[in-house]
Design a protein around this ligand. Structure first.
Ligand code: AKB
Length: 339
C-alpha cells in the first residue's frame, strides 16, 4: 500500500521554519525536523515532528523508512557570523548536512520511483565583492557575478548549490545503474530576512531585524554596522511565498538551479530612521564592529532577480513601506504588547 507522501522540513524551528510550516501544512503533510523541540503551535500543524541532527545518519535512515518523502525544504544551517567562530563545524553542518539530505532524496526517488523536489535556501552570502568601490560599481548583481564569498557560510552555500546541480544532472554519471532522473534541486539566494515573529541569531544581516525588535521592546540597540551599510532585505511572507512559488513551478520553465530574489535595500541608517518613526523613543546607536562590517561590505548592495521573474513569475509583494506598515509594525506591536 502506498503511504501518503510528506514534505520534510529541516531546521523547522528556525527563523523561516515557522512561516513555512504553517503555509505548507495547509496543503501537505509536513514532517518537521530540528535540533530543538518544535513549539506546540507548530507541532499541531505537522504530521510528525522529530528532534535530531541532520548529521545523524541513523535518524535519517529512520525518516526514510517511515515516510514517503516527495519534497524536502532543507533550512537547517549555521549562519554567517556563527560560522566564523567554528568554520569546520559550520562546514560539517552546512555541507555534510546538505549532502546527507541529498542522499536521502536520491534514496527516496529509488524507493518510490518519483522525483523528489529539493528546495534549498541559499544566500546573498554566496557573493563576494572585493571592496566598497567594487560593491558600488557592481550594483544589482546577477547570479553568475561576484562569486568570491569571504565567509565559510557563503562558501558552503555556493558549494551546496553546485552539489544540488550535480545531484540533479550528473549523479553517478558513469555507473551502469545511474538513476534516469536526478533530484529536482531548486534554490533561492535569499537576502537578509525580516520577520515579525522571529528574531534571527548567528547571522550578519541580523542588525535589521534586531534593531526593529529592540525598538518594539523599548530596548536600546547598538548597531554593529555603519549607517551607510547597504544590503538587500525582504519581509518574511515574500520569502515564504517565493519558496512555494519555486516549488510549484513546472520543471520545464526553470532555466537554472539558482535564483536571486529582491525586495528592498535600505542602508542601515535609512532603516533606523523608519524604525524611529514607528517607535519615536527608540535609541539606536551605531557602533560598527569592523569585522562584521567587512562581511556586510563584501555582500552586494542589491540583486538582479530578472531570472526568477521570467522563469517562475517571482514578484515581491512588500516594498519597505508596505512591509513596515502592513506586516512588521502591526504584528510586532501586538506581539510585544502581549509579552
Ligand atoms: C546571515 O546573515 O548569515 C543570513 C544570510 C544573509 O544568509 N541572514
Amino acid at each position: 500500500m502506498r503511504r501518503k507522501p510528506v514534505v520534510l522540513i529541516t531546521g523547522a524551528s528556525g527563523e523561516m521554519g515557522h512561516g513555512l510550516v504553517s503555509a505548507l501544512s495547509q496543503e501537505h503533510d509536513v514532517v518537521a525536523l530540528d535540533l530543538k523541540e518544535c513549539e506546540p503551535e507548530l507541532t499541531k500543524m505537522c504530521r510528525a515532528t522529530m528532534v535530531g541532527d541532520i548529521l545523524d545518519s541513523k535518524l535519517l535512515e529512520r525518516l526514510a523508512s517511515e515516510y514517503e518523502i516527495h519534497a524536502i525544504f532543507h533550512l537547517a544551517a549555521l549562519l554567517s557570523t556563527r560560522s566564523e567562530f567554528s568554520p569546520e563545524a559550520a562546514h560539517e553542518v552546512n555541507v555534510t548536512g546538505t549532502l546527507n539530505l541529498l542522499k536521502l532524496a536520491v534514496e527516496q526517488e529509488r524507493r518510490h520511483s518519483a522525483r523528489v523536489k529539493f528546495l534549498f535556501p541559499s544566500s546573498i552570502a554566496a557573493y563576494g565583492v572585493a571592496s566598497l568601490a567594487a560593491k558600488r560599481a557592481a550594483g544589482r548583481v546577477r547570479e553568475e557575478q561576484c562569486l568570491d564569498p569571504t565567509t565559510m557560510y557563503g562558501c558552503n552555500k555556493l558549494y551546496c548549490e553546485h552539489l544540488g546541480r550535480y545531484y540533479s544532472r550528473h549523479y553517478r554519471q558513469l555507473a551502469a545503474d545511474a538513476p534516469p532522473a536526478g533530484v529536482d534541486f531548486r534554490s533561492i539566494r535569499f537576502p537578509g530576512l525580516v520577520s515579525a515573529f522571529t528574531v534571527p541569531s548567528g547571522g550578519t544581516s541580523d542588525y535589521g531585524p534586531e534593531m526593529l525588535h529592540a525598538a518594539a521592546k523599548g530596548e536600546p540597540y547598538d548597531c554593529f554596522v555603519r549607517e551607510d551599510a547597504r544590503i538587500p532585505f525582504m519581509a518574511m511572507p515574500d520569502a515564504i511565498d517565493a519558496l512555494l512559488g519555486l516549488m510549484a513551478a513546472p520543471a520545464e520553465a526553470l532555466s537554472s538551479h539558482v535564483y536571486n530574489i529582491g525586495a528592498f535595500n535600505p542602508s542601515a541608517g535609512e532603516f533606523a530612521a523608519l524604525v524611529k518613526q514607528a517607535f519615536p523613543g527608540a535609541v539606536i546607536r551605531f557602533s560598527p564592529d569592523v569585522r562584521r562590517q567587512a562581511i556586510v561590505d563584501s555582500w552586494p548592495e542589491d540583486v538582479d532577480d530578472a531570472r526568477a521573474r521570467r522563469d517562475w513569475g517571482f514578484k515581491s509583494a512588500y516594498d519597505l513601506d508596505r512591509a513596515m506598515s502592513e506586516y512588521l509594525l502591526p504584528n510586532i506591536k501586538k506581539r510585544y504588547a502581549r509579552a
